[in-house]
Every structure is written in structure tokens, then in C-alpha cells.
Design a binder for this molecule. Structure first.
Ligand code: MG
Length: 234
């Protein structure tokens, strides 16, 4: 049947469309990166499952840095502006991108959103991606740091089940650590899986609402941002 039905051609066309889509995204991502570098804006792509605590992590970050750092946030969700409202209530500038059926943010959406901000030298830009451990790993947005936020309620085996996401991360945050005694989560197994998938990832254990690990998180962001600023000034 496959000799006559044309499914081979269909597969080739699908691959071609996907490659062009990713190539177009990569070109716009490089444009975004150049635009942000020119303004010395350090951009962080925050990824992870829905409910891992990405927005809570941003609220804790904004609370600690209010008055010291200018923070801008692009929020991605399929629907509602609830998270951008939370970010504005916390004290930072935010813009919501509603993706409809889309399961991730892409570089074109970030490019469009950047036109709505008055970014200045030294600003921090956080991009909270759509909650999803699959598609966001494939789409470069023009960021300088990729962070995956995960939590004990998701189970210890997610690094093994979703390796591209964890492999793509510079930093892996295990959020909601206060829940570890109450859920069937084996921290040593999770740590072993992270190390197997991505030995270079920096791991931060924290609980954003009660403040545990927030200092280490802020220090990590500050260190990488300082290296970024030194690199683009060199
Ligand atoms: Mg959120």
C-alpha cells in the first residue's frame, strides 16, 4: 500500500514544513537575542509543567528585587491573563501572550511582545513559557538562560521521560521542596536522573512561597547575568 498511497511523500513534506518552521523560529530568536544584547537585557526562559510554581517563583523573585532590579515578564498561557495580573500585582511590568491552541511560545511571539516594552540597560526579562515539558524545549526564544521548574508532586522520573527538556536546561529548580515528606518522591533518584540526563545543569532546591532556596536562586541568576554583561562588554 505504501508504494501507492503517497504516505512517504507526506512524511517528507511534514519534515520539510517542521524544518522550515524551526529555521524561521531560529532566525527570529537570533534577532531577539541581538536586540536584547544591544540593550544589555538578560533574558531567561522559564519552562516546566503547569502547577510547578513558575509564577510563584517569579513573584518571590520580584518581591526580593523590588527597588533593586527592573524586571519585565512575558507570560505565556493558552488562555487568560491571570498570571500577568499576578506579576503586575507583585510589582513588575508584564505582558500576556495567549497562545490559543499553541502548546509553547515561539520567537515571533516574543519579538511582537518586545515592541510593547521600554527595556533599558541592565533590565531582566523573564519569559514564563506555556506549562509543558515537551514543545517549549524545541523553540529558542532568544534567551540567554534556560530554566526548568519542576516539583515533587510530578514524581522523580520526569527527567527520564522528558529528556530534551531537562537536557536543554542550564538550571533545574526543584520547587515545593516542603512537600517532599508528604508525597512519594525519592530525591536521591531524581538527582541521579538529572545527573544522567544533564550533568552540567545547576540544581536549586527551593520552596518559593516560604523562601527556602530563594537566596540561592537569586545568587545564581545574578552570577550568570554578571557573566553575560561581562561577555557582551568585552
Ligand atoms: Mg504560571
Amino acid at each position: 500500500m505504501c508504494d501507492t498511497c503517497g504516505c512517504g511523500d507526506l512524511a517528507v513534506r511534514t519534515i520539510d514544513v517542521n524544518e522550515r518552521l524551526l529555521a524561521s523560529n531560529a532566525a527570529v530568536a537570533e534577532h531577539n537575542r541581538a536586540h536584547l544584547d544591544e540593550r544589555k537585557v538578560f533574558a531567561i526562559n522559564l519552562m516546566g509543567t503547569p502547577g510547578a510554581g513558575k509564577t510563584a517563583l517569579l513573584e518571590a523573585t520580584i518581591a526580593q528585587w523590588r527597588g533593586f532590579r527592573r524586571i519585565t515578564v512575558i507570560e505565556g498561557d493558552q488562555a487568560t491573563d491571570r498570571d500577568s495580573a499576578r506579576i503586575r500585582a507583585a510589582g513588575a511590568t508584564a505582558r500576556q501572550v495567549e497562545t490559543g491552541l499553541g502548546c509553547h511560545l515561539d520567537a515571533h511571539q516574543i519579538h511582537d511582545a518586545l515592541h510593547h516594552f521600554d527595556l533599558r540597560d541592565g533590565d531582566l526579562l523573564f519569559i514564563e513559557n506555556v506549562g509543558n515539558l515537551v514543545c517549549p524545549a524545541l523553540f529558542d526564544l532568544g534567551e540567554r538562560l534556560r530554566v526548568v521548574v519542576t516539583s515533587p508532586t510530578e514524581g522523580a522520573d520526569k527527567p527520564l521521560k522528558y529528556p530534551p527538556m531537562f537536557r536543554a536546561a542550564h538550571v533545574v529548580v526543584l520547587n515545593k521542596c516542603d512537600l517532599i515528606p508528604h508525597v512519594p518522591f525519592k530525591l536521591d533518584e531524581w538527582t541521579e536522573y538529572i545527573r544522567a540526563i544533564n550533568p552540567r545543569a545547576r540544581v536549586i532546591k527551593m520552596s518559593a512561597p516560604n523562601g527556602e532556596g530563594v537566596g540561592q536562586w537569586l545568587g545564581e541568576i545574578d552570577n550568570v547575568r554578571q557573566s553575560f554583561l561581562a561577555g557582551i562588554s568585552a
